[in-house]
Design a protein around this ligand. Structure first.
Ligand code: AHM
Ligand code: MG
Length: 329
């Protein structure tokens, strides 16, 4: 792996290697990296700024406090809107799509994002992250919510920024998955994980067992099986999808937020969470399923659609899906 390879340099080299990736895209991605650095800075000082608590409270200066997830949302929009490469955005935090302000030129991409995934973990200093997905649109001047309702296979780029023990950016444009770590003293992301491949199976399973009373029989049988078949599985569940996913991507294993009797369509959002992570995991050699089919092939019906998500090492996902689909005995 090349030493001292910055994300900016890597993006330019990728652009040269893959003639299908345009300069516009590289420039859009650079804006995104800037947004990532700004949010990372805010997350790092959240405990000092008094911005971890509920919105509507006042900080020591008597100013209105914004919750960190709302702040991250606003910073993402503000940093991205004037670059000239986006036609519109959609955020997990906002009901409707966000049109690029008329003062700025419109581009041919749309950006979907979850500004701060795992927001229930912010107050307790556990890793959170930003997840993003980029689609190309035919007519940037005339974008509607329908332009966002594309199956995951149409993503041109997806990634996440994890604000963990270090800040990492992991992304794919369909040419493998690469990870970069922010060196805060230099203010640059450096290549730290080149061409990430997820192990074909792993020992980790991640599921909220507190929901077990709502589970469908297939989920019960699958979890019973992996706990008792001598494979020495270990449970890990942080409750920030992006953190649980990242760990399993590097170590191998499976994450499940299946449909159950309480959340009949699952909990996680197809466009902001499942699709981008599905693109990444497939590029890393893994798999992502709704329990019935490939996540990347689901045709969305609405912006904030939920989906069951079973994602991780390919063999583990295939095994889980065979249980979830099994006829009830
Ligand atoms: P959020 O986007 O509002 O933070 O919600 C999504 C989060 C995921 O990060 C995480 O995997 C999941 O919700 C945890 O849900 P639960 O607490 O039901 O296990
Ligand atoms: Mg989320």
């Amino acid at each position: 792996m090349p030493v001292g390879m910055t994300l900016t340099k890597f993006l330019h080299e990728e652009q040269r290697r893959h003639p299908d990736s345009s300069g516009n895209f590289t420039s859009l991605f650079s804006d995104l990296v800037t947004a990532a650095k700004i949010i990372s800075r805010e997350v790092r000082k959240a405990g000092l700024g008094g911005i971890i608590g509920a919105a509507g409270t006042k900080n020591v200066h008597g100013e209105e406090v914004q919750k960190l997830d709302e702040l991250a949302n606003e910073m993402f929009v503000r940093t991205m809107e004037h670059g000239g490469h986006l036609a519109a955005m959609a955020s997990e935090e906002m009901d409707d799509i966000i049109h690029v302000d008329g003062r700025y030129p419109k581009g041919k991409y749309v950006l979907l994002f979850d500004p701060l995934d795992g927001s229930s973990n912010i107050d307790v200093n556990i890793s959170v992250g930003t997840i993003f997905s980029i689609l190309r649109v035919a007519d940037g001047g005339n974008v509607t919510a329908k332009d966002f309702l594309k199956p995951g296979m149409e993503q041109v780029c997806a990634g996440y920024i994890l604000y963990g023990s270090s800040t990492m950016l992991v992304y794919t444009t369909g040419h493998g998955v690469h990870g970069f770590t922010l060196d805060p003293s230099v203010g640059e992301f450096f290549l730290s994980h080149m061409d990430i491949k997820i192990p074909s199976s792993g020992k980790i399973f991640s599921i909220n067992e507190g929901n077990s009373r709502h589970w469908l029989p297939g989920t019960v049988q699958y979890i019973d099986k992996i706990k008792s078949n001598g494979r020495e599985m270990t449970a890990r569940y942080v409750g920030s999808l992006v953190a649980d996913f990242h760990r399993n991507l590097l170590k191998g294993g499976i994450f499940l937020y299946p449909a159950d009797r309480k959340s009949t369509r699952g909990k996680l959002r197809l466009l902001y969470e499942a699709n981008p992570l599905a693109f990444i995991v497939e590029q890393a050699g893994g798999a992502a399923s709704t329990g019935e089919g490939r996540i990347m092939e689901v045709v969305p019906g609405e912006l904030h659609q939920r989906t069951p998500l079973i994602i991780g090492s390919r063999a583990d996902v295939e095994e889980a899906v065979s249980f979830l689909n099994a006829p009830v005995a």
